[in-house]
Design a protein around this ligand. Sequence first.
Ligand SMILES: Nc1ncnc2c1ncn2[C@@H]1O[C@H](COP(=O)(O)OP(=O)(O)OP(=O)(O)O)[C@@H](O)[C@H]1O
Ligand SMILES: [Mg+2]
Length: 337
Amino acid sequence: MIKLQHVSKTFSVGKNKIEALKDVSVEVNRGEIFGVIGYSGAGKSTLIRCVNLLERPTSGKVFVDGVDIQSLNKKDLLKLRRKIGMIFQGYNLLETANVYDNVAIPLKLEGISGDEIKARTEKYLEIVGLKDRSKAYPSQLSGGQKQRVAIARALAHEPEVLLSDEATSALDPNTTDSILELLLKVNRELGITIFLITHELDVIQRICDRVAVMDKGRIVETGSVVDVFTRPTEAMTKQFVHDEARFRIPPTIFKDLIATGKLVNLTFIGESAKDPALATMAKRYDVLPSIIAGGIDQLKDQSIGNLLVHIKGDQGKVDEAIHFLKSRQIVVEEVSE
Ligand SMILES: Nc1ncnc2c1ncn2[C@@H]1O[C@H](COP(=O)(O)OP(=O)(O)OP(=O)(O)O)[C@@H](O)[C@H]1O
Ligand SMILES: [Mg+2]
């Protein structure tokens, strides 16, 4: 559906050159929710803006539905942009127009007939749950409601793809959840492909099928959300996972645990959660496991359990026990610092 091939983008600011994108290749399949995660300045917005040519790559190609979009003339590019909706962190609503008109006015500018405008505006305000607020002005709405208007406005053009540039970054956790639910519904019920960028791991975990991790203009890792976040291979991905998803243990307690045994982080995915591996291990190797911390992350289609376990016992037995855990369907990571 969307394919970026070897895309680079260099900005010139006075004499300085900023390489915002360096040889980025990424492919988003029709019907999926694809997320790009990275810290501030990684080049995420620049990347997503290349998809509708709000930003033109310095080199490389961008294909949408197999069409090399940099070869399109102005008219065809406008047509193509109608297939691609976009939402932003800052909503970009018309402050002087009410909710209904925020959705209807862009349709009017596109030359759509009056009846169709009414039908679509009502339909999409209903879908985002704001039909009863159509007379309200943006200043009378909460952040979450404003983002719902922006989503309705994007959907009213009946796009095939929705691009989202940090759409939930300005919202509190509960409102973020409700907007993510709405994006899931848009993807499932309307079949719209979603390409989003974010710096929040939670957004990726909750709704994305696949993810790319970006660092300093490059994509360093790509894969299914489950794979990338349970078996991160790149330092940047590990940093995201450890920053946000793992347990923090007070240093004095940590020191004590390391001195008296081994600490392992266990990740259980899907069926492996039902495997009584810890009990079996304790029995078979005569070691004493204690659970120090635990939690469950809900991904789009499955849950992942995390346990931080302290294993005490004869040194050789403890090593054998850890080896045993590694032989099960569990991701085992020894924690030593
Ligand atoms: N129009 C521009 N002119 C000059 N430099 C730019 C321009 N747009 C982006 N940059 C630079 O390109 C780099 C990547 O910026 P970009 O906005 O894509 O990052 P980002 O990952 O979206 O960051 P954030 O999470 O803060 O939004 C930054 O160093 C930024 O200063
Ligand atoms: Mg950005």
